[in-house]
Write a protein that binds this ligand. Structure first.
Ligand SMILES: Cc1cc2nc3c(=O)[nH]c(=O)nc-3n(C[C@H](O)[C@H](O)[C@H](O)COP(=O)(O)OP(=O)(O)OC[C@H]3O[C@@H](n4cnc5c(N)ncnc54)[C@H](O)[C@@H]3O)c2cc1C
Ligand code: FES
Length: 367
């Protein structure tokens, strides 16, 4: 994975355990660091004698902000987040891999975009809200932020500014606190199915044509929200999640996901040993003969290809790519990151994809 040294131009304390860091992109790297609101970068650093790579969503918007911004919350005992929150300083260089990810709103006019954030999940959703409102394409944006206390609300000033700039223009922001102090006059409780049910009639009424739901927070929070909207008839492909969680899921015993080339339908194929994997990345094509049972990512790394990846566990989405020839099988854990509709579109996580047809081609560039 190629990384580039980016200078920290600014550091701002957001809450007692969260900072924002602004990163300057030199002019010659601007094409590589173009991004859409909702995408993430990967920060790589030596921590405790090991190279550690972690993803951070961009809380900046490319249309307005010269520098990239990430907003990092300290995870107790966390190798990377503790360092970024407590130790890095303005002027320092960070090694960063360019933006990736599928958590963005495709261009579509006049939809109601419902954004549900818990804790640091606000980072990509703030960026999405700001970008959508500035595009002035008739979007209605409803942003719900779940936190414990008032002082733990991340990006509070940015959210207030956004609300002031767009009040009456289709933005609604609601803060929900689970442990507020006595002075809090806003909503108390959790953003759980009961809360969603209480808001659903007004959200549905405020939906001009179509509704899209974007959720970012702990896995349990996202699963409950997804279940709620599915049960209310929102189509699965209109509910998108971004998972920050580190929890490993035991998916042993669950059936593999079978992913065919985009556009080839899902007719069963005769599986046979793969003789050649080809991959397009950064405009270049790499060929490799995979070893028995080897996943596409491992084969390409063995061949020396410059592939974006990080966790190799199916949780970070860095290695997302599209199958354009042949068929692969993936561990079901990939459904934590990909949606069923992504899989119908031929999207895979290369770190989980075992080629099962004679030839397989995957494209990392054109998702
Ligand atoms: C797409 C994406 C976007 C993200 N965006 C943001 C963001 O905008 N802001 C933000 O603050 N964070 C974000 N994250 C989370 C971030 O990448 C890190 O996971 C987080 O900062 C913790 O990393 P760490 O190195 O500090 O913690 P680690 O050292 O990795 O560990 C943290 C804690 O989890 C435990 N742990 C470690 N590995 C596992 C494991 N495999 N299973 C179970 N427990 C484990 C450790 O024991 C420790 O207690 C994002 C993650 C993803 C995948
Ligand atoms: S490398 Fe993280 S999902 Fe594949």
């Amino acid at each position: 994975m190629n990384t580039y040294p980016l200078r920290i131009t600014r550091r701002r304390i957001e809450t007692p355990d969260t900072v924002s860091l602004w990163l300057e992109v030199p002019a010659d790297l601007e094409p590589a660091f173009g991004y859409r609101a909702g995408q993430f970068i990967t920060v790589v650093a030596e921590r405790g004698g090991e190279s550690v790579a972690r993803q951070y969503s961009l809380s900046s918007v490319s249309e307005f902000d010269d520098d990239l911004r990430i907003t990092v919350k300290r995870v107790p005992g966390g190798a990377m987040s503790s360092w970024l929150v407590d130790q890095v300083h303005e002027g320092q260089l960070l090694d960063v891999a360019p933006p990736r990810g599928r958590f963005f709103v495709p261009p579509e006019e006049e939809q109601h975009v419902l954004l549900l954030a818990a804790g640091s999940g606000i980072a990509p959703l703030y960026s999405i809200a700001r970008q959508l409102l500035s595009a002035r394409q008739g979007h209605r944006v409803t942003l719900v932020c779940a936190n414990r206390t008032e002082e733990s609300i991340i990006l509070r000033d940015d959210l207030d500014r956004l609300r002031d700039a767009h009040s009456g223009e289709g933005l609604a922001v609601e803060h929900v606190l689970s442990r507020p102090d006595a002075s809090w006059t806003g909503v108390r409780g959790r953003v759980d199915p009961a809360f969603l049910a209480s808001r659903w009639p007004s959200w549905r009424e405020a939906t001009p044509s179509s509704l899209a739901v974007y959720v970012c927070g702990p896995d349990g929070f996202m699963a409950a929200a997804e279940q709620f909207f599915l049960s209310e008839g929102v189509a699965g492909h209109r509910i998108r999640r971004e998972s920050f969680d580190l929890v490993l899921h035991d998916d042993a015993g669950d059936p593999d996901l079978v992913v065919h080339a985009a556009g080839s339908g899902d007719a069963p194929v005769a599986e046979e040993p793969c003789e050649l994997v080809t991959a397009t990345v950064g405009g270049e094509t790499t060929e490799v003969v995979p070893e028995k049972g080897e996943v596409v990512l491992a084969a390409l790394i063995r061949r020396g290809a410059d592939i974006p990846y990080s966790c190799q566990e199916g949780t970070c989405a860095s290695c997302i790519a599209k199958v354009t020839e042949g068929t692969v099988r993936m561990r079901p854990i990939a459904l934590r990151t990909l949606h069923a509709s992504d899989i119908e579109d031929g999207l895979v996580l290369a770190c989980q994809a075992r080629p099962v047809t004679k030839r397989v081609h995957i494209n990392f560039d054109d998702l």
